[in-house]
Each structure stands twice: as structure tokens, then as C-alpha cells.
Write a protein that binds this ligand. Structure first.
Ligand SMILES: [Zn+2]
Length: 389
């Protein structure tokens, strides 16, 4: 019998399951050793996990010097599916995937603008399309997580800057529509979680999202840190220049006002008299070695490097990973930042771009729902389609 899929999995069950996921294949005897649970407990928990279709007996392993050949257990990612949705201010990215992140279907749209009036209809339509011809799985849809470009706390949208969903009770409305759990979370946090779960070997890492606004997601000892009021990682409002440019947050000289893609597109547009600037336009001008653009990118990289230095000094990560169309298309910016960091500690931190074709936010959204379903916080899933970095 499958236990109710939406009740919180019992702790020892999650512990055993996480060991099975981590080891890829493992015997009951070894599970008892790594989990410090006795053999009888391991035996009853693994039976329950098998009844729940979350693990399978994969194959017979090699026998130790004496004794029987052990049966090796493995995680069964096709036990269910999760939905992730990245709600950008001018795009939408949605994916349905198995419990290891393997994509089943993906829908990406550009030039879609969400508002309080159309957001529900837009989500419902995309979810319906994702579910057409959905493969049958024992648990079906285990959850959906939506990435929001704004501050989120306890499933409520506290503030949004680039679209108007502030104080909009998206969760209650979606929970009335769907029988699976729905969550919302800040996109920079989900970006960090996506990198942590699917692409990185590290336990302490920071993902910096440079888009129309700047945000950072912090993973510390394998756990997402959201801070008081969900405010951790609002690095776009670190002050770079006293008495600098005015910021909607109330301060002057914020990082956001100098290094967001919105600002750089605007500045290059004004400088070169181009109406619509995007990352491709910036890359082309950079590759043509346009002297004014080169100078501007140099300044931009310097501001980024100063900010990254400061973030590293506070958070002590093992890795900083950039998620931005600008740094992906002009990787020299990341190289510049590495050179700029002279501090002994900062030099030890791995600094890199997120792979170009991969949107960590959508994988983070998938990971968030899987974590909740399995009740495993420090979850690493390297078996899916994601790119290992
Ligand atoms: Zn600000």
C-alpha cells in the first residue's frame, strides 16, 4: 500500500532513503552501518520504501569474504513527478520532471508579462499542457514550486519589483485548484538550490543572479538560508557608493543600480544610441572591441568583483556561481573577477559561470518540491539531465 504522499515522511525513513540516493546502490547491511540503525529497523524501513515504490532491489552484489551475496537497493526516480515554474518578469519557463530531475516536458515562453490579472490563468494553462500524455507513476505529481522574482516568506509574496504580484495570495488560489502541494520561493534562492542539488559537489555555495535585479541564494551546509523575513541574499541593495544613484529601496548607491542587466542595457543603449539592447547586443559590441563598450564592461566587472569580494568575506562559501546572460556571454567578466580577488581566502573560492544552456532556477524549483516530498533537506541528485560543474 502506498502511504499518503502528502504526509511528512518519517525521519528515519528519509535518512535511509537519502543514504540510498547518495550511494546509488547499497545493501541493507551497509545501510545499517552508515545510518547507525539496527538491521531490523533498516529491514522494516526498506520494506516500507519498497511498498512506496521509492526504492527497488536492483541487483545482487558481490559477497564479502563470508556470507551471502547482498541485494543492492537503489532509488527509483520514476516513482513520481514534480513541476517547476520560473515566473520571470518577461518570460516563463516550466518543466515537469521525474524525482531525479530528468526532464519529461518543458515549456518556455518569452515576451510574456505576468500580472495579478493573468498569472493564475497562465499557470493553469501551462500546467495543463505539461500534463498532457504524462507517464503514469505510482505517486503522480508530488508537488509544484514556483520561482518568484521578489521577496517570499512562508509562501507569501512580500515584495516584487519588476512585476506586480505583491500581496497577491497565489498559494491559496492555486491550492484551491490543485490536489498536490504548491510552493513559492524566491528565484535566486531556487537558483542556488538548483546548483546545489544537481550540479555542484559543494555544501557551501552562493549563486548570484544578475538579471533585471540582482539577488543571491545562499546554501550553507547543504541548507538554503533565507534569513529573517526571507531577506537573506538581497545583495542588490548592498551600498557600493555613498550618495550614489537613487534606488527604489530608499537608499542611494545600491549594487542593483550599477550592475543589474537592466542598468547595463540602458547605459549601452544610451551610449550607442540603440533602442533595444539585450545580452546578444552587448556581446557583439564587446567582441567587436568597441572601445566605449570595453571601458564600460571593465568598470562593470570591477564593481562586480568588489561586491563578490564583500559577499565572500561575509558568507565564506566554497563556490560562487553566476547566473546571468551577461557573464555567460562574456565569460571574460568572470575571469576578471577571479584576477581581481587578491584576498587569500577569496582566492581559494571557486568562481564560475553556470553552464550556458541551463536554467538553475527551474531545477531548483523541481528540487524544492522533491525535497518536501521526500523530506530530505540536504539532497544531491546527480542522475538527471543536469550538467555537472
Ligand atoms: Zn537599493
Amino acid at each position: 500500500m502506498i502511504s499518503s504522499k502528502y504526509t511528512i515522511r518519517e525521519q528515519n525513513e528519509s535518512l535511509i532513503l537519502n543514504h540510498i540516493i547518495k550511494h546509488k546502490e547499497i545493501s541493507r547491511a551497509d545501510l545499517s552501518i552508515v545510518s547507525s540503525l539496527n538491521k531490523a529497523s533498516v529491514s522494516s524501513i526498506t520494506k516500507k520504501l519498497m511498498d512506496d515504490h521509492l526504492i527497488i532491489e536492483k541487483r545482487i552484489g558481490e559477497a564479502s569474504s563470508r556470507g551471502r551475496k547482498p541485494i543492492l537497493l537503489t532509488f527509483s526516480p520514476t516513482a513520481g513527478v514534480a513541476i517547476g515554474l520560473d515566473l520571470g518578469y518577461n518570460y516563463l519557463d516550466a518543466m515537469i520532471a521525474y524525482l531525479d530531475g530528468t526532464e519529461i516536458k518543458r515549456i518556455q515562453r518569452v515576451d510574456t508579462y505576468v500580472s495579478k490579472d493573468n498569472v493564475l490563468a497562465m499557470i493553469e494553462e501551462v500546467v495543463q499542457k505539461l500534463c498532457i500524455d504524462l507517464p503514469k507513476t505510482p505517486h503522480g505529481i508530488v508537488g509544484m514550486t514556483i520561482a518568484i522574482q521578489g521577496q517570499v516568506l512562508n509562501d507569501q509574496i512580500i515584495s516584487t519589483t519588476y512585476y506586480d504580484l505583491m500581496a497577491f495570495d497565489l498559494i491559496t488560489k492555486l491550492n484551491n485548484t490543485y490536489d498536490f502541494p504548491v510552493s513559492i520561493e524566491n528565484e535566486a534562492n531556487l537558483s542556488a538550490l538548483g546548483e546545489y542539488t544537481f550540479s555542484s559537489e559543494f555544501e557551501n555555495m552562493i549563486s548570484i543572479s544578475l538579471h533585471s535585479g540582482i539577488g543571491a541564494g545562499f546554501v550553507k551546509n547543504g541548507k538554503l538560508e533565507v534569513g529573517n523575513q526571507g531577506y537573506a541574499g538581497q545583495v542588490g541593495h548592498m551600498i557600493l557608493f555613498p550618495d550614489g544613484r537613487e534606488c527604489p529601496c530608499g537608499n542611494h548607491g545600491c549594487f542593483d543600480q550599477y550592475c543589474s542587466t537592466r542598468v547595463i542595457y540602458q547605459e549601452i543603449g544610451q551610449l550607442k544610441n540603440i533602442e533595444k539592447v539585450n545580452s546578444d547586443v552587448v556581446m557583439q559590441l564587446y567582441q567587436k572591441k568597441d572601445p566605449e563598450v570595453l571601458k564600460m564592461i571593465q568598470k562593470y566587472a570591477e564593481y562586480l568583483a568588489i561586491s563578490v569580494n564583500n559577499i565572500i568575506m561575509i558568507q565564506a562559501p566554497e563556490m560562487v556561481i553566476f547566473n546571468s546572460p551577461i557573464t555567460k556571454k562574456i565569460p571574460a567578466i568572470v575571469e576578471f573577477i577571479k584576477d581581481y580577488l587578491k584576498n587569500r581566502y577569496a582566492k581559494e573560492v571557486k568562481i564560475m559561470n553556470s553552464p550556458i544552456q541551463w536554467n538553475p532556477v527551474i531545477y531548483g524549483a523541481i528540487a524544492f518540491s522533491i525535497q518536501q516530498f521526500l523530506n530530505i533537506e540536504q539532497l544531491k541528485l546527480m542522475n538527471g539531465d543536469a550538467v555537472m560543474v
